[in-house]
Design a protein around this ligand. Structure first.
Ligand SMILES: [Zn+2]
Length: 324
């Protein structure tokens, strides 16, 4: 994962590169950005740049042994800490016990949220936390000497899920950081974080993705046509995770579109019998498809209202949607 692998985010990349070039890298940084933004890929790319043996002006080289280890997520100076569902029977006490699953998911797709992570583990809906055992592991890892002679980097994904004890231990580490250590805290929301932790970090705001960037990424990654990619990007409203879910979960947005048009026309014709048939049809779909269809319908309503009132500005519709 290099900066070049991350679409858009020019401002964020520049801010990170400038820190390094001006030699003012803060030892604790809070990457704060909405769900589905590029926090995690950016933190990994930045780590790769800082650990690279032969960095280019604006990115890691991608070739050296360090870059290769970053690429396979096996660099001994790059550590991850993330929420897990604690379990005595399965012997899950910290993120170390889930590291191989973490690597597998991250290598497949760096854009996921807590639901995606828990779905990957088949633990959707259970309480995933960063517990006190985790903070012991963090301290242990960071007290070792750096393997590369450069930084030891600890990426903490969703620090807002730390329990109170773990958060207090982290605070102590931030107050007296081990040598040559960088903490990157990647958070969706600071609401549940200790104010004392926030005040110890330097804030880096990560914006949501641009619609165009999401559309381009989806087009390349999933080989969908431009009309579909823009429709999906419009629906996702800056959230890459949602966009990916939409294209990978639903082979074809056109199915929703056809269904929606049929439903609106039937409603306009006041054909109650046919409407009931359509409702039965929706009820027979899987839950995820039902949710996606409702989201899609809401998107079309929203865009139609804007289309009427704003004469086409701020509208994310494909042509066929626009003229139906
Ligand atoms: Zn390199």
């Amino acid at each position: 994962m290099r900066f070049a692998d991350i679409i858009g985010n020019a401002r964020e990349k520049k801010a990170l590169l400038n820190q390094a070039k001006e030699n003012r890298i803060s030892h604790a940084q809070l990457f704060l950005g909405p769900e589905g933004s590029a926090k995690l890929p950016l933190a990994i790319a930045y780590s790769g740049y800082l650990l690279c043996e032969n960095p280019e002006p604006n990115d890691a080289c991608g070739q050296c042994p360090s870059c290769q280890k970053i690429g396979s997520l096996t660099h001994p100076d790059l550590h991850f800490s993330f929420p897990v569902v604690l379990s005595a029977t399965e012997k899950i006490a910290s993120s170390d016990d889930r590291r191989s699953e973490w690597n597998k998911l991250l290598l497949k797709n760096p854009y996921f949220d807590i639901n995606g992570w828990q779905q990957h583990l088949d633990e959707l809906g259970k309480n995933a936390v960063i517990g006190v055992e985790e903070s012991r592991h963090i301290l242990q890892k960071l007290s070792l000497k750096s393997y590369s002679g450069k930084y030891k980097i600890m990426i903490i994904w969703l620090p807002e899920r730390m329990n109170f004890q773990a958060a207090n231990k982290l605070l102590k580490m931030l107050e007296e950081p081990p040598e040559q250590t960088l903490f990157f805290l990647l958070s969706d929301s600071i609401e549940n974080m200790l104010a004392t932790i926030i005040s110890r970090t330097q804030l880096l705001k990560i914006g949501a993705f641009d619609t165009d960037d999401i559309a381009r990424y989806i087009e390349n990654k999933f080989a969908v046509d431009q009309a579909v990619s823009y429709s999906v990007a419009g629906l996702a409203q800056g959230n890459m995770v949602e966009a990916i879910q939409m294209v990978s979960g639903d082979e074809n947005q056109h199915v929703y579109f056809d269904f929606f048009v049929k439903m609106m026309r039937t409603a306009y014709a006041a054909n109650a019998f046919e409407l009931m048939n359509l409702c039965d049809e929706i009820a027979s779909l899987e839950k995820e498809h039902q949710k996606n269809f409702i989201k899609y319908g809401l998107h079309l309503f929203r865009e139609s209202v804007i289309l009427n009132y704003m004469k086409g500005e701020l509208v994310n519709l494909r042509n066929e949607e626009r003229f139906s």
